[in-house]
Design a protein around this ligand. Structure first.
Ligand SMILES: Cc1cc2nc3c(=O)[nH]c(=O)nc-3n(C[C@H](O)[C@H](O)[C@H](O)COP(=O)(O)OP(=O)(O)OC[C@H]3O[C@@H](n4cnc5c(N)ncnc54)[C@H](O)[C@@H]3O)c2cc1C
Ligand SMILES: *[C@@H]1O[C@H](CO)[C@@H](O)[C@H](O)[C@H]1NC(C)=O
Ligand SMILES: *[C@@H]1O[C@H](CO)[C@@H](O)[C@H](O)[C@H]1NC(C)=O
Ligand SMILES: *[C@@H]1O[C@H](CO)[C@@H](O)[C@H](O)[C@H]1NC(C)=O
Ligand SMILES: *[C@@H]1O[C@H](CO)[C@@H](O)[C@H](O)[C@H]1NC(C)=O
Length: 580
C-alpha cells in the first residue's frame, strides 16, 4: 500500500506547486560574478574549487577569495530573482514546490519520511525556517575548534544575516508556557546555547524577507571569485604523482543547464585544493561518484575505485521531529521558530504559527482522512467523541486563514545513525538514505519526555486563551495520527503510548548531517583522509547536530575554515590582506 501513499503525497505536492505559482526566470542579478554555467568556458582554472554554493560553501568561498582565486559550482539557481518567493509567507510553498526550478529537491528516506534537499545558491538557508542559534561551548570544544576564532566567525555571519525576532502573541505564549512548566531559567534573547528557555536569532528581517548564506558573498572579493549556477559537478578527478603515494584531486567535471560538460582544474601550486560543500547528502554521494567509498559498492555501480573508504556514507543521521497542532480561537501571527526550550533531558521545543496551507487544505485533509480510512478498512479506530473533534477541526480549517500553531520537538544527537548508498551514478538522482529513527532506545526516551513537555505547555495557563476548551490533547494526538504525513504504519489501539506516537508520527526537522564522519573520512582539518588536495566542509562532517539548529554553525564553519586555510596559505603568522 506504500506506493499509493507515495502517489498521494506526490499529488499533494503537485497541488502545492500550483498554489505557489510556477516559472521564475534564472538570471542572477545581485552580483556580477554570479553567472549561468552555460556562459562558462569549456576549461577553467582556479586556486580553489568549491563544490556547492550552499550554507557553508558561500561563507567559505567569500573568505578564500580574500587571498586566492576561487570558483564556486552550484547546481541550483539564484535566490535573488524573486524576493517574494523566499519571503517567510512562502515557506511551505517553496518547500512543496516540485517544479524543475524548485529550490527544494524532495526525497523519501527508506524510513518512510518525506524530506528535502536544497538546490539553490545559499543552500538550506534559502529553504529553512530561519532560526539561528549557536552551538554550545561544549560542542565547540569537542569539535576541536579554536574558541576565539569560532566566536569571531559567528559574529562575522551575524553582522550580515541575523536579526532579533518580533516575538508576538503566539511565540510569547509558548515562551511563557515553557517557563510555566519548568524549562528554566529564562535566558531572554541570546544566540548562545543555554539550558532553559530563550529567544534566538532569525535570518528573516521584520518584513519577513529572508537573508541567506548567499548574502555572505557580499564579503567576497569580486575580482577573485566566480560563481556558476546550474553547474552540476559530475565527479572529482584524481591523478597519481610519481613519488607520492596518495591520489591527488586536481579538477572536476561539471555540466551546465544545456547538458554541456566543462572542466575546471586547480592551478599548479602545492597549496591549491578542491573543497566539497555539497551538504550531508551531496558530499558523500559525490565522493562515491568520484571513486572514494566502499570498494565493492562502487564496483557494483561500475565506478573505478580511487580509494576504498568504507566510512563514506556511514553515520548519516537525522534528528526526528514530532509535533502537535494546536488550533486557536484567537488569530495568531505568522511566525516560524523564534523561541526555544532547551530541556535538561535533551529535547528542544520550538514553535511556529499562522502558516497558511491554502484554501483547499481542509478538503485535502478530509481526503487524507478518507484515504487512510479506506486503506485501513477500519474507519472506527477512533472513538466517536474524537471523530467529532476531528470533524470540528476540519470545519475550523475551512477558514482560509488558519488560526493556531504547531509545537514541535527535536531530540539532541541523535544516537541512532544510518547510512547512504548510491542508487544510480547520475549526480541528479537522490541516493538511498536510511536514518534509523529511534533505533537507539535513548532517543525514544528523550522523545517521550519531549512530548510530555509539549503536552504540559499546551495545557499551561499561558496558552489557555489560544485553546478550544472542548478540544482535548487526546483529540490533538488523534488528529496527528489521521494525517498521513509519513509513509510509516500506524499502530493505533486502546493502549496507545507516547513511545508509539513518536515512532509512528515521526517527521524530519531537516537537520540531517554526517555521512563524512570526522576522524574516519575527514581529519581534524577537514582533509579527506587518504588523498591529497581535497577537503569536505559542511554539515556532512558533524558527529551530531550543533546547538538547537545547525545553520549558525554551518555558516560559522565555512568562515572559520576559510580563515584557517587562507592564513595557512600565507602562513608566517600574518593575516592575508583585506580580511574583514
Ligand atoms: C525546510 C528546512 C528547514 C530548516 N530549518 C532550519 C532552521 O530553522 N534553523 C537552522 O539552523 N537550520 C534549519 N535547517 C537546516 C539547515 O538549513 C541545514 O542544516 C544547512 O543549510 C545545511 O548546510 P550545508 O552547507 O551542509 O548544505 P546545503 O546548504 O544543502 O548546501 C549544499 C549545496 O550543494 C549543492 N550541491 C549538491 N550537490 C551538488 C553537485 N553535484 N554539484 C553542484 N552543487 C551541488 C546544493 O545545491 C546546495 O546548494 C532547515 C533545513 C530545511 C531543509
Ligand atoms: C585562535 O584564533 C585566534 C584568532 O581568533 C588566534 O589569534 C589564536 O592564535 C588561535 N589560537 C591557536 C591555538 O591557534
Ligand atoms: C545543561 O544541562 C545538561 C543536562 O543536565 C548538563 O549536562 C549541562 O552541564 C547543563 N549546562 C549548563 C551550562 O548548566
Ligand atoms: C474511499 O472509498 C470510497 C468508497 O469506496 C470512495 O468513493 C472514495 O473515493 C475513497 N476515498 C479516497 C480518498 O480514496
Ligand atoms: C467546541 O466549542 C466550539 C466553540 O468554542 C463550538 O462551536 C463547538 O461546537 C464545540 N464542539 C463540540 C464537539 O462540543
Amino acid at each position: 500500500m506504500g506506493w499509493m501513499l507515495e502517489k498521494f503525497i506526490w499529488a499533494f505536492l503537485v497541488e502545492c506547486t500550483f498554489l505557489s505559482g510556477l516559472s521564475h526566470s534564472h538570471q542572477a542579478s545581485k552580483y556580477a560574478f554570479v553567472r549561468e554555467a552555460t556562459s562558462a568556458p569549456p576549461i577553467l582554472s582556479y586556486d580553489y574549487i568549491v563544490i556547492g554554493g550552499g550554507t557553508s560553501g558561500c561563507p567559505l568561498a567569500a573568505t578564500l577569495s580574500q587571498g586566492a582565486r576561487v570558483l564556486v559550482l552550484e547546481r541550483g539557481g539564484s535566490p535573488y530573482t524573486n524576493p517574494e518567493r523566499i519571503n517567510i509567507k512562502n515557506f511551505v510553498n517553496s518547500l512543496a514546490d516540485i517544479s524543475p526550478s524548485s529550490f527544494s529537491q524532495p526525497f523519501i528516506s527508506t524510513d518512510g519520511v518525506l524530506n528535502a534537499r536544497a538546490r539553490v545558491l545559499g543552500g538550506g538557508s534559502v529553504l529553512n525556517a530561519g532560526f539561528y542559534s549557536r552551538a554550545s561551548s561544549e560542542y565547540i570544544r569537542t569539535s576541536g575548534w579554536n574558541e576565539s576564532l569560532a566566536e569571531e566567525s559567528y559574529k562575522w555571519v551575524e553582522r550580515k544575516v541575523v536579526f532579533e525576532p518580533p516575538m508576538l502573541q503566539w511565540q510569547s505564549a509558548v515562551r511563557d508556557g515553557l517557563l510555566e512548566v519548568g524549562v528554566l531559567p529564562y535566558n531572554d534573547f541570546t544566540y548562545d546555547h543555554l539550558n532553559g528557555t530563550k529567544i534566538g536569532g532569525t535570518i528573516f528581517d521584520n518584513k519577513g524577507n529572508r537573508h541567506t548564506a548567499a548574502d555572505l558573498l557580499e564579503y567576497a572579493d569580486p575580482k577573485r571569485i566566480s560563481v556558476y549556477l546550474h553547474a552540476t559537478v559530475q565527479k572529482i578527478l584524481f591523478k597519481y604523482n610519481t613519488g607520492k603515494r596518495r591520489p591527488e584531486a586536481y579538477g572536476v567535471i561539471f555540466r551546465d543547464a544545456l547538458g554541456v560538460m566543462h572542466r575546471a582544474y586547480l592551478n599548479t601550486n602545492g597549496k591549491n585544493e578542491i573543497i566539497l560543500s555539497a551538504g550531508a547528502i551531496g558530499s558523500p554521494q559525490l565522493l562515491m561518484l568520484s571513486g572514494i567509498g566502499p570498494a565493492r559498492h562502487l564496483q557494483a555501480h561500475g565506478i573505478t575505485v580511487v580509494l576504498d573508504q568504507p566510512w563514506v556514507g556511514q553515520e548519516i543521521a537525522d534528528n526526528p521531529m514530532n509535533v502537535l497542532v494546536v488550533p486557536s480561537p484567537l488569530p495568531v501571527e505568522l511566525s516560524l521558530v523564534q523561541t526555544v526550550g532547551i530541556t535538561k533531558f535533551g529535547s528542544y521545543i520550538e514553535t511556529g504559527s499562522g502558516l497558511s496551507l491554502g484554501n483547499s487544505w481542509s478538503e485535502r485533509l478530509q481526503n487524507i482522512f478518507e484515504f487512510v480510512s479506506n486503506q485501513s478498512g477500519q474507519p472506527s479506530t477512533f472513538s466517536s467523541e474524537n471523530k467529532q473533534s476531528v470533524a470540528d477541526f476540519v470545519r475550523y480549517l475551512s477558514n482560509p486563514t488558519l488560526k493556531g500553531g504547531i509545537i514541535v520537538e527535536k531530540i539532541t544527537g541523535p544516537r541512532s545513525k544510518g547510512h547512504l548508498e548510491l542508487r544510480t551514478t547520475n549526480p541528479n538522482d537522490n541516493p538511498s538514505v536510511t536514518f534509523n529513527y529511534f533505533k537507539d532506545p535513548e532517543d525514544l526516551r528523550i522523545c517521550v519526555e519531549g512530548m510530555k513537555t509539549i503536552i504540559a505547555v499546551i495545557n499551561s495557563k499561558a496558552l489557555s486563551k489560544f485553546r478550544y476548551p472542548n478540544l482535548s490533547v487526546q483529540a490533538l494526538i488523534d488528529l496527528m495520527l489521521l494525517i498521513p504525513m509519513n509513509l510509516r504504519p500506524k499502530h493505533v489501539n486502546a493502549a496507545y503510548s507516547l513511545e508509539q506516537y513518536c515512532i509512528d508520527t515521526v517527521l524530519t526537522i531537516w537537520h540531517y548531517h554526517g555521512g563524512c564522519p570526522p576522524r574516519k573520512v575527514v581529519d581534524h582539518n577537514y582533509k579527506v583522509i587518504g588523498v591529497e588536495a581535497l577537503r569536505v566542509i559542511d554539515g556532512s562532517t558533524f558527529y551530531r547536530t550543533p546547538g538547537t539548529n545547525p545553520q549558525a554553525t554551518v555558516m560559522m564553519l565555512g568562515r572559520y575554515m576559510g580563515e584557517k586555510i587562507i592564513n595557512k596559505r600565507f602562513f608566517s603568522g600574518h593575516k592575508s590582506e583585506g580580511i574583514n
